[in-house]
Ligand binder design. Structure first.
Ligand code: ADP
Ligand code: ASP
Ligand code: MG
Length: 407
């Protein structure tokens, strides 16, 4: 007998028919003799609807109240699933985040889980109940409702699996695993049987939204094995676990893209010690998270160009800071680009092989795609390009590295 945490995403609980389908899957697990804790997302589109409603009421609504509104999406789906399970003769009980003490910090809209009360869940399990938890939400020390950021139900599921020391955390979604790239834009994408936490972390942080980044961080930290599967079929999905010898020895595992990117460049900044520090102090004081930074200096002329990328929401704020400091520094100009994207190659094989970068740049050049910025880490290479070439770039890179072929 195993203890399994199953998480069902928004498309899996989009309507009553799908909720009934989820109930059947949960029942099948229970009938097999396993204990099951279910985490659900809000019904598809509901979180967006609530977000729009709040911002229509007042632009930039109070963050505490916004979390109170957003958390209702999961309240509805968790109770609906529980009602259906009960009607089918199975003992089930739904819980909101605060009812099973999913404790978080107080950062509304992207709170971090700090604890889960496993005893409460265990006592229901001992009584033969199926526990259904509303994902995406928790409670801070003052008792305020918090939410965990978009895609946060993944993190609820993994955190509960870690707290219960569950045998497995199954993430059910609209796709039957992690692919070499998003199959929605590349029909040659291939499903990966296994992927390491480190690669999944990179893929998630570089745009593959199949898992929330924090859920992978949690899984890695507590050694939770994740199985990503489809709630619409029975196929085996992708296992996310510690790197092992059974993993594909591919140089590159996947191509990801992120269109939530903008780029700002300040040209001809006097190249003096402290300029970058002053600039990025001002950026961080404005609560702006910077992704890539590139500074190029011309020794002869005594000037530097400073370029950085930020997400679309931070663009207006960052542009203001850049313009005001550019003036103060006596820089030449501020170049702002709102339509850029980041495409990345990810793979643990890159640690021990060279040549990925040149092949990547060559594939983009062949399509006439200009690279605006490059950044690398041990297991990834990212390029900033014009957003209109995103899909072309992803497909070309996928082909160039022959990711559609089993290695
Ligand atoms: P859920 O609502 O179930 O949490 P999400 O929409 O958050 O589902 O995540 C699943 C989606 O992730 C897929 O429909 C797919 O479009 C997208 N995706 C992006 N990159 C990948 C990838 N490499 N492999 C699988 N899915 C991916
Ligand atoms: N409902 C939330 C969202 O749409 C959380 C989740 O689905 O994981 O982001
Ligand atoms: Mg998701």
């Amino acid at each position: 007998m195993a203890l399994i945490v199953q998480k069902y995403g928004g498309t899996s609980v989009a309507d009553l028919e799908r909720i009934r389908n989820v109930a059947q899957r949960v029942i099948k697990t229970k009938e097999r003799g396993d204990d099951v804790v279910v985490v659900v997302s809000a019904m598809a589109g509901e979180t967006d609807r609530l977000l729009n409603l709040a911002t229509e009421a007042v632009p930039g609504p109070d963050e505490r109240e916004l979390d109170v509104i957003l958390a209702t999406g999961e309240q509805v789906s968790s109770a609906l699933l529980t009602i259906v399970l009960n009607s089918l003769g199975y003992k089930a009980k739904s819980y909101l985040g605060h009812q099973i003490k999913i404790s978080t910090d107080s950062v509304h809209g992207r709170a971090r889980i700090t604890g889960v009360d496993a005893d409460k869940i265990f006592s229901d399990i001992r009584e033969g109940r199926i526990v259904v938890v509303a994902g995406f939400q928790g409670e801070d020390e003052e008792g305020n409702i918090t939410t965990l950021g978009r895609g946060g139900s993944d993190t609820t599921a993994v955190a509960i699996a870690a707290a219960l020391k569950a045998n497995l955390c199954e993430i059910y979604t609209d796709i039957d695993g992690v692919y070499t790239t998003n199959p929605n834009i590349c029909d040659r994408a291939r499903k990966l049987k296994r992927i390491s936490y480190d690669e999944m972390l990179e893929m998630a942080s570089l745009g593959a939204k199949v898992l929330q980044i924090r859920s992978v961080e949690f899984a890695k930290k507590y050694g939770v094995t994740i199985h990503i599967r489809s709630s619409f079929n029975e196929s085996k999905g992708t296992i996310v676990c510690e790197e092992d010898t059974e993993m594909e020895r591919a140089l590159v595992s996947g191509v990801t893209y992120d269109t939530d990117q903008t780029r700002i460049e300040i040209t001809k900044v006097p190249d003096l010690p402290g300029t970058a520090a002053k600039f990025f102090d001002a950026i961080s004081a404005a609560d702006i998270v910077v992704d890539m930074i590139i500074q190029t200096s011309s020794l002869e002329e005594g000037y530097a160009n400073m370029a950085f990328t930020i997400s679309k929401v931070d663009f207006p704020k960052a542009l203001k800071v850049a313009q005001s400091l550019a003036k103060e520094f006596g820089a030449k100009e501020v170049i702002a680009e709102e339509e850029v994207a980041k495409v990345s190659m990810v793979g643990v094989g890159m640690r021990s092989h060279s040549g990925v970068a040149s092949k990547m740049f060559g594939a983009l050049a062949k399509e006439g795609i200009n690279i605006k910025m490059i950044s690398t880490s041990e297991i990834k290479i990212s390029c900033i390009i014009d957003a209109k070439y995103t899909e072309l770039a992803v497909r070309s890179l996928h082909d160039a590295f022959e990711l559609g072929k089993e290695s």
